[in-house]
Design a protein. Sequence first.
Length: 273
Amino acid sequence: MLFCSFGALGSFYSQQATYLSQSELGLSIGQMYYIGDLNPYRPFYRSQWAFSVMYRYNVYNRMALRFNYTQGSVEAYDQEAKNPILVNRNLNFQSKIKELAGGIEFYYANFYFGRNNGKKEVQGTCYLLAQLGLFYMNPTTQLNGETVELRPLGTEGQGTSLSKKSTYSNFQLCVPLGVGAKLQIRKNVSVNIDLAIRKTFTDYLDDVKSASYVDPTVLATSNGENAALLSNRSLDGDRHGYRGNPTTKDWYVYAGAMVSFRLGRGRKCFQLR
């Protein structure tokens, strides 16, 4: 509301919302993990510390716009699996994750951040989170004590005569979907915890997609000896063994706790009544 309304009989001061009074900045610390071919089922397996910086604009008391930058890493190791088929496959990967996302928070109950109307400042609600994001990934592995990037090697024959697929991109889309709880602890300070899964549209977060191995001789000729060596690291050396599941996509998850601060106060307005 950009102007003061006037009534009759008496006067008082009210506070009107401004862009800054409806805006928040927050910092979140949490854990990130991955679900995919090298970890099909285990939540928080090999979870890594991660952080997120958030901007939130409170549109009204049941909805807010939220934008965040999240950074962490994910990894998985077949040698730690319980399934002997996966143990024999003997693959592993590590990847940094850098994500930009924006979307909407829907509150289950009315939430007036910064407003108490004479009541206690403490108030809380649960919420749903839905966003669209872009993230950077770069799957790597260890070979002879050195870190090797897997994408340029085309371990499944990408970009060669062995495959119709080209080399995948380091940048991919994701859809963060989550739930959380938010609590105002002071007039300008709130805390929240949430967990959001990231649906991705790639099966190469772990560099594994194809169900079978490509011909190592042809791959070595096209992309080098390291490509052939890292394509099939199975303990029994079977070229016709199981590599991956091409029918599913990879996911990653971030769970964190956040403190956020309101950036400004509402504008005081003299009114008559």
